[in-house]
Design a protein around this ligand. Sequence first.
Ligand SMILES: Cc1cc2nc3c(=O)[nH]c(=O)nc-3n(C[C@H](O)[C@H](O)[C@H](O)COP(=O)(O)OP(=O)(O)OC[C@H]3O[C@@H](n4cnc5c(N)ncnc54)[C@H](O)[C@@H]3O)c2cc1C
Length: 385
Amino acid sequence: MGVLEVPAPSYQDEEITLLDEAFARFLEQEIAPDYEDFVTAGSVSREAWKKTGDGGFLCPAIPEAYGGAGGTFAHEAAIIHRLGVDGFDHFGIALHSAIVAPYILHYGSEDQKKRWLPGLVSGDLVGAIAMTEPGAGSDLQGVKTTARKDGNHYVINGSKTFITNGQLANLIIVVAKTDPAQGAKGISLFVVETEQVDGFKRGRNLDKLGLKGNDTSELFFEDVRVPADALIGAEEGRGFYQLMEQLPQERLLVACQAMAAIERALMVTIDYVKERKAFGKSILDFQNTQFKLAEVKTEATIGRVFVNDCIQRHIEGKLDSVTASMAKYWTTDLQCKVMDECLQLHGGYGYMNEYPIARLYADARVQRIYAGTNEIMKVLIARSL
Ligand SMILES: Cc1cc2nc3c(=O)[nH]c(=O)nc-3n(C[C@H](O)[C@H](O)[C@H](O)COP(=O)(O)OP(=O)(O)OC[C@H]3O[C@@H](n4cnc5c(N)ncnc54)[C@H](O)[C@@H]3O)c2cc1C
């Protein structure tokens, strides 16, 4: 795999290799020309989402019956890896394809799957998931958003924050309390199709340290009426369990993003230190540079082998929550450490936004925070001791 000496994992078959090559070409031809504009604008355009859907690169693991390619997590991992290695990771495809769509696939009724999945695959629908609130992040049981049953409808009230794809999303999975008196057992998930409802408002596109091209928003729900069958699953009160079941995939996905970013950082840094000269030799000729990059390459290799194993286990349905938490916390800690070392080897140029390492450094920081903070990962791992 690229700059690392790791044998291709068994799930990396010919089909995955072809998908990877096709997606790399697509990114270069269709996304690269506008990508810097997206970063400046704070959001990828709706046209880019549509083109990506038309190209067959959204939701590749969704079965053919619902418009997808019928792939596995290996397909998702290939897409995530290519986005990261080629430097397009402000495009929030991973969340759309591998977090939002699976809730509908795994817990939706046949009718719900037919209603929503084809649109997510084609890019006509852009997905988001709204869990976090101003007063509840790590402690999801504390969400205050409510969904009150009213005849054949639910009425949703509350506000969410930090929601990825929040400016563009027109299909939002909302975490709400159907029984505010209860903790986990009172939580349910709803699909809100933003164009079909009144009372839904988007706040600002939040100004972030990194991931500038990925819109992140506050969302407000004021007496938003959704039909009763917007509830995901057959009964109320299943939301927290659905979240807990799907979070391992979300955490693995973040680990995949971390490893791709590390690989990219290693590539751009090796190129840079070979070119740049000081004291009559290239920066790579200093033993300190060689040792630092030897360490990065070694740790990246360890991370890659671990994450490949997690992907394989996940494809087989055997990835447990503790191991996924380990992968998320360890690879994202490593990512931040690697970005710091690689930036240092660039000297002052590393601090300049025109050099890829500066963006990689800024983008890395959030990886330790979202999808469950790394402290929460350790809480989960510690429960297994
Ligand atoms: C760019 C970005 C994109 C995001 N995208 C989404 C999205 O699409 N959808 C969504 O719902 N959310 C999203 N989030 C929110 C993200 O998941 C939360 O920020 C995260 O879960 C942490 O919650 P919090 O910010 O409220 O921090 P808090 O929960 O207030 O945590 C503050 C600090 O306390 C620590 N802490 C909390 N509890 C414990 C504990 N039990 N033990 C030890 N330490 C603890 C935390 O680790 C952290 O260091 C996003 C956030 C960002 C920044």
